[in-house]
Design a protein around this ligand. Structure first.
Ligand SMILES: Cc1cc2nc3c(=O)[nH]c(=O)nc-3n(C[C@H](O)[C@H](O)[C@H](O)COP(=O)(O)OP(=O)(O)OC[C@H]3O[C@@H](n4cnc5c(N)ncnc54)[C@H](O)[C@@H]3O)c2cc1C
Length: 448
């Protein structure tokens, strides 16, 4: 059998996979991206907030001007309880702006994905293939063969699994690790079959920007067993309603349209904003689109297998949405991974050992931060849904204090300031605040 092409196969065309497509293009590494849905940019899902960390990395890829056009800055969360009482605003976004010089920005997922797609060079766009649901992955002597449900197959030297919380790449990594007889201690490389625990489900509703709502407005409703996060975007408003399940589960129930009515009957009266009388039921009555998502949480133990497959984004770590971190962290995964891959591919097709070393350095750089981010997000969702008197007290009396908010943001800003950059893409620093970035965007002469 001849050697597999020196090509990376990216499975999944979400934000992580599309960041990888841009990053590999800039690194001069050949790739093909396989996306199971019928289009890369689909009007599916919730709004997303990208922070200075994610925006800076996408800025290095040349996407900042296009991203700014389709997003709006968010300055604060206006918070209320289930009875509509003001429980104090959180000013995290403003404090982030004061430190990094940039307000986080809210996007519809559709607009974000469209920017990713439209800004790929035309000759590269043809390497991002929709309608390619990956159904099998085989490791061969020379590389990997990825089979799709439509009968096509693709050969490469490695796979990036950017295929979300129910990753098939992770599933095949596990099967291969279980079969691998050559390793002395097979157990040490085998991931759990169901690494994520689901404590909450989310029902999201997209509806028009109704009178009384302003683009960039953000609200949260907190209270027992249910909290909302509501963003008013450029072209629509989207609320995510996070409901605590009776029991946490590793086998979350798939909810469908028949579950919507009882859900809205249960929570419909709850208010969504300060200054208007808008309720969940009224938002639902005006819906352009809606759906359920499970909010899995967890960090996968082994992010790669055999120098052939590596995970990134939600496939590797899954957070609740409350801190708006999942997509940002997936982008930074790719920054770190792409830096290592560029070095590994610099002198031709890398051996599995070379790739294995690159994957290990990548996971070592990312694992602890992902674990911390996962816990922080879970605790933030718990605080908003008041599972007990302690969380309720923290939410109402502690997190409403501007001094405490500043304290937390200062800790976060110090960590964010250390975010790595693509070390092979020159550019200007466009996001500048009073806290300097530890790793500067390189100039042409600094790139080796
Ligand atoms: C309600 C809500 C609000 C959120 N808000 C924020 C926020 O404000 N900020 C933030 O940073 N994050 C936020 N997140 C998290 C963010 O959406 C995810 O972290 C992000 O989408 C992860 O991107 P990904 O590309 O890794 O995975 P995904 O977005 O899940 O994309 C995976 C892709 O892989 C494809 N795929 C799956 N299986 C296959 C297969 N077999 N073959 C081919 N393709 C396949 C899927 O179709 C999909 O396109 C939020 C999440 C939710 C649920």
């Amino acid at each position: 059998m001849s050697a597999a092409p020196q090509r990376v196969i990216i499975v999944g065309g979400g934000p992580t996979g599309m960041t990888a497509a841009h990053a590999l293009t800039r690194a001069g590494i050949d790739f093909v991206l396989l996306e199971g849905r019928h289009e890369i940019a689909l009007d599916a899902g919730c709004n997303l907030v990208l922070s200075s960390m994610g925006m800076r990395a996408l800025g290095q890829l040349g996407l900042l001007p296009a991203l700014k056009k389709v997003s709006s800055p968010v300055t604060k969360f206006q918070r209320l309880d289930h009875k509509g009482r003001d429980i104090g605003d959180t000013m995290f976004f403003t404090y982030i702006q004061q430190s990094h010089g940039y307000y986080p920005r809210v996007f519809s997922r559709y607009n974000l994905m469209q920017v990713f797609y439209d800004n790929l060079p035309a000759e590269v766009r043809s390497k991002t293939l929709a309608n390619k649901k990956v159904s099998d992955i085989r490791s061969t002597e020379h590389g990997v063969v990825v089979e799709c449900a439509d009968g096509t197959s693709y050969e490469g030297c490695m796979v990036i699994g950017a295929d979300g919380a129910y990753s098939v790449v992770r599933k095949y990594m596990r099967e291969l690790a279980l079969k691998d007889e050559q390793r002395a201690n097979t157990e040490a490389f085998v991931n759990e079959e169901k690494p994520f625990l689901t404590t909450y489900r989310c029902f999201w509703i997209r509806f028009p920007v109704l009178p009384g709502l302003k683009v960039g407005d953000a609200f949260e409703t907190h209270g027992p067993n249910m909290a909302t996060q509501f963003f008013v975007g450029e072209d629509s408003a989207v609320v995510g309603i996070y409901e605590r399940l009776d029991e946490p589960t590793r086998d979350p129930r798939r909810c469908t349209v028949v579950d919507e009515k009882p859900f809205v009957e249960k929570w419909g009266n709850l208010p969504l904003t300060k200054g208007t009388t808008l309720t969940i039921a009224e938002a639902y009555a005006q819906k352009m689109d809606a759906g359920f998502i499970n909010l899995e949480e967890g960090v996968v133990k082994h992010w790669s297998w055999g120098g052939r497959m590596v995970l990134a984004g939600d496939a590797a770590h899954k957070f609740t949405p409350s801190t708006g971190a999942g997509c940002n962290e997936g982008i930074i995964d790719i920054v770190v991974l792409a830096n290592h891959l560029r070095r590994a591919f610099s002198s031709g097709a890398p051996s599995p050992d070379k790739l294995n070393a690159a994957f290990k350095e990548y996971q070592d750089a990312r694992y602890e931060l992902a674990t911390f981010g996962c816990k922080l997000a879970g605790n933030t969702t718990a605080a908003a849904t008041w599972p007990n008197a302690i969380y309720k007290f923290l939410d109402l009396r502690v997190f409403s204090s501007k001094m405490i908010q500043k304290f937390f943001i200062n800790q976060g800003v110090a960590t964010t300031a250390q975010t790595p950059v693509f070390d092979y893409i020159e550019g200007e620093e466009e996001i500048v605040g009073k806290v300097p970035w530890v790793h500067a965007i390189p100039s042409r002469t600094q790139i080796v």
